[in-house]
Design a protein around this ligand. Structure first.
Ligand SMILES: [Zn+2]
Length: 406
């Protein structure tokens, strides 16, 4: 059906006189009004009936609600297309693709508005689910009894990873905040990103394998406290209660371990092995400049780290004759290792067939956030950034559908 015929069809769709959505009284027909609508077939107008409630003064156009175009000039199909494309590329690119491929005219500004509305809808939906979960947790605690069966454990290993990554912001969004610029100001704000995936199998070498299509992402520019609640809600929704083992993997930032302690006391906590190794490599390069010695120290210290013999490793570091000006640095590294030693029992974790690297979230920071929100020349408002983070996460997660929200 061509666009003209489609619009004629929409205009001819019969409408029974509605009841007032505000007071429930029958409404009176006022007039026909035309509306310009952009659908996947192009832009044209159709007409629909405009009703008035004589009892309470409410106006209503039932056909707009029926078609899902109330307060918008774009069909649900166009809004879906815009959101999906805007998740992949810039709003300008989205506008160009729609014009080139489908001969549909939606300006970059309109694409941005549509995609961000979808993001805001996803954010609201999450808030609603969170509130619902909170109230069910509270009511479950108040009538806890012994007859409640624990859920069947069907997930062998359930992983939670989290990290932070900077997003370039508009000036007004960083005013007064301290950051990494030379004058102490900030150009970026940290988005916190989390992911969840499961693991059932190992490969022929005995290394753990991430279950296909099991990864979901979630995040926002928000406080650690709110992010912690976000991670918890997502973990419950992904079925953490059915997991035999829960693993919390991160790079070692304190705020992340605080979240793990508060919301996931049952979890095995693991510091990303590569991150811990980087600490050791950096220290060795500072302590020593002779290539042969560097190689020897690296073998020795990284070897101890991989074994998870943190007490042995720190004794080796302590025994090394460090020059005076590096004493503080050496102490700091030893403290870092000792503070995290139980999170660095790598040989034990490997023997339990667990992942010891947080590569999934590091890749996630690049693909989910970086690829879409950190391109050169991009500066975000807080609202815009959080909307698009929500869209990206929904787009790239195994358990979400942006189609539903668009
Ligand atoms: Zn009324």
């Amino acid at each position: 059906m061509g666009n003209r015929a489609c619009m004629a069809f929409l205009s001819a769709l019969s409408e029974a006189p509605p009841l007032c959505p505000a007071c429930g009284q029958p409404m009176s027909f006022l007039e026909r009004r035309s509306k310009t609508l952009t659908t996947l077939m192009g832009t044209d107008s159709f007409s629909r009936s405009y009703y008035l409630c004589e009892a309470c003064g409410q106006h209503h156009m039932p056909k707009d609600h029926l078609l899902g175009v109330h307060h918008t000039a774009f069909s649900p199909g166009v809004r879906r297309a815009v959101t999906i494309l805007s998740s992949a590329g810039s709003f300008e690119w989205t506008s160009d693709v729609l014009a080139d491929v489908a001969d549909i005219s939606v300006s970059a500004k309109e694409c941005q508005r549509i995609a961000e509305q979808t993001g805001e809808k996803l954010i609201c939906e999450f808030e609603a689910r969170k509130n619902e979960l909170w109230s069910s947790v509270i009511s479950a605690q108040s009538n806890l009894n012994d007859s409640v069966c624990p859920p069947e454990k069907t997930i062998p290993a359930f992983y939670i990873e989290a990290d932070g990554t900077g997003i370039p912001m508009m000036k007004r969004e960083t005013a007064g905040r301290t950051g990494k610029q030379e004058d102490g100001s900030a150009k970026t704000r940290e988005a916190k990103l989390g992911c969840i995936f499961t693991q059932t199998k190992a490969d022929e070498k005995g290394d753990p394998v991430r279950d296909p299509k099991s990864t979901s992402y979630f995040g926002a520019i928000e406080t650690a406290e709110l992010f912690g609640e976000r991670v918890y809600v997502q973990a419950i929704e992904r079925g953490m209660q059915r997991a035999n083992r829960v693993v919390f993997l991160a790079d070692g930032a304190k705020w992340l371990w605080n979240i793990a302690d508060l919301h996931f006391p049952q979890a095995i906590q693991i510091v990303d092995l590569y991150h811990a190794s980087e600490h050791i490599h950096t220290l060795i390069r500072k302590l020593c400049s002779i290539p042969d010695q560097i190689a020897e120290l690296t073998d020795d210290w990284i070897g101890a780290l991989k074994q998870g013999d943190i007490e042995v490793l720190t004794a080796k570091i302590e025994a090394y004759p460090a020059p005076d000006h590096l004493q503080d640095e050496v102490k700091r590294e030893i403290n870092y290792l000792l503070e995290n030693k139980e999170r660095m029992r790598y040989a034990k974790f490997k023997s339990q067939c667990l992942f010891v690297g947080s590569g999934v979230i590091e890749a996630g920071c690049k693909t989910v956030i970086g690829k879409r929100l950190k391109n050169s020349g991009m500066f975000w408002s807080l609202r815009g950034a959080n909307s698009m983070i929500a869209v990206r996460c929904a787009d790239l997660s195994c358990n979400m559908d942006i189609m539903g929200a668009a």
